[in-house]
Design a protein around this ligand. Structure first.
Ligand SMILES: Nc1nc2c(ncn2[C@@H]2O[C@H](COP(=O)(O)OP(=O)(O)OP(=O)(O)O)[C@@H](O)[C@H]2O)c(=O)[nH]1
Ligand SMILES: [Mg+2]
Length: 365
């Protein structure tokens, strides 16, 4: 691929890995060779390359994790098992906001600042054009032109189609692989569509909500649920004519936050104005995250929350597995439909319907 020429060690090279997620496992390899090549991959070698910081291999590792192929799934778990002892050392930050709030622009500016400070930054971004074929280079797609050029940054767009606002079941595992690759800061972008915030909140240490100025009381009321998840609120695009209004909005949000349940035990969520365009307020965000970490480590909630998150992850995987297993029976859907009809026509109660479904399962065994 021409666009990757001479960029083997540039974050732009990641592009091929991204495209690979749409049709399974490949790294720019002709289709007929793809499966074989992937199957032959040495997991130990891949883990080693990820750990020494090869972005190309990190990309491959993520593609492996995202693959739906049964062999790849096994390999992905072997890989994770090898990498797991080297995870846990980053700060995990979730970033949400309505479409157009400027999440990608914020991550570009904030991530670039962190790289300039000597941090290694991994971004799991939403790829807004993933449903379209071909087209622009990574920077154009994600608005992270500057960040992708940094040798200490890794940007992985995930297709937003068919996922929960850009996050999916594999986002957590992807995050762990990035940690094993030595990234200090993981930024996870999610579009504010409701359920996705709760999902991302369940896998990060710090959750940042981006809002815009001029939102009326009505709109702010709507955001209460999301606000209760946020450790900090950024009033974004605080530049030009917007500066004064942004300050006013910050004060309003601070007041609202005062009456809400804290998102994190022992931490008072706060609000601040930021302009990613003019790169103002970004240092304050990082400072706030630093204060947060210090406070929450001191009261031991940092580790407690991570353990709780792992426990919830385990629980949710059990649930997913049970559902898959239950509907894995080819007759199940028809059975459910039949019982549904009997329930609706009054022949059965709901409880009887459920009992029948499960008792039959027992009899089948
Ligand atoms: N004035 C101003 N405009 C900004 C700022 N940050 C982003 N924008 C503009 O806001 C628009 C949306 O920015 P994005 O970064 O794509 O927003 P997003 O939240 O990632 O949007 P989606 O990915 O579609 O959900 C773009 O036109 C940006 O140029 C800022 O700090 N100030
Ligand atoms: Mg975006």
């Amino acid at each position: 691929m021409d666009k990757n020429k001479g960029m083997e060690d540039s974050a732009l090279f990641v592009m091929d890995g991204v495209e690979a997620t749409h049709d399974g496992m490949q790294y720019g390899t002709p289709k007929k060779f793809r499966k074989k090549k992937a199957d032959n991959m040495n997991v130990g070698e891949l883990a080693q390359q990820v750990r020494v910081g090869s972005r190309t291999h990190l990309s491959k590792a993520i593609t492996l994790i995202e693959s739906a192929n049964a062999t790849h799934k096994v390999q992905a778990q072997e890989l994770l098992q090898e990498l797991l002892p080297h995870t846990g050392n980053s700060i995990r930050i979730g970033i949400t906001g309505v479409p157009g709030a400027g999440k990608s622009s914020f991550i570009e500016a904030f991530g670039t600042m962190l790289c300039d400070m000597g941090k290694r930054v991994a971004v799991l971004a939403i790829d807004p054009s993933s449903s379209l074929s071909g087209g622009s280079i990574l920077g154009d797609k994600t608005r992270m032109e500057e960040l992708v050029k940094k040798p200490t940054a890794f940007v992985r767009p995930s297709p937003s189609a068919g996922t929960l606002g850009g996050v999916h079941k594999k986002t957590r595992e992807t995050m762990l692989v990035c940690e094993a690759a030595g990234y200090d800061v993981i930024l996870i972008e999610t579009v504010g569509v409701g359920q996705s915030e709760t999902y991302v909140r369940g896998m990060v240490d710090f959750f940042l909500l981006l809002v815009l100025t001029g939102a009326g009381d009505e709109l702010q009321g709507m955001k209460k649920g999301i606000m209760e998840l946020a450790d900090a609120i950024v009033v974004h695009k605080a530049d030009g004519d917007n500066v004064r209004l942004a300050k006013k909005t910050v004060a309003e949000y601070k007041q609202i936050l005062h009456f809400l349940q804290p998102a994190t035990l022992g931490w008072m969520s706060t609000a601040m104005p930021v302009s990613s365009l003019e790169k103002r307020g970004l240092d304050k965000v990082w400072e706030t995250i630093g204060d947060f970490k210090q406070t929450v480590e001191a009261n031991h909630y940092w580790a407690t929350r991570r353990q709780q998150q792992t426990k919830e992850w385990f629980q949710s995987m059990i649930t997913d597995h049970l559902i898959d297993q239950f509907y894995g029976n080819p007759q199940r859907k028809a059975q459910v439909l039949l019982l549904e009809r009997q329930i609706l026509s009054g022949q059965l109660t709901v409880t009887q319907g459920v009992d029948r479904l499960f008792n039959e399962e027992q009899e089948d065994k």
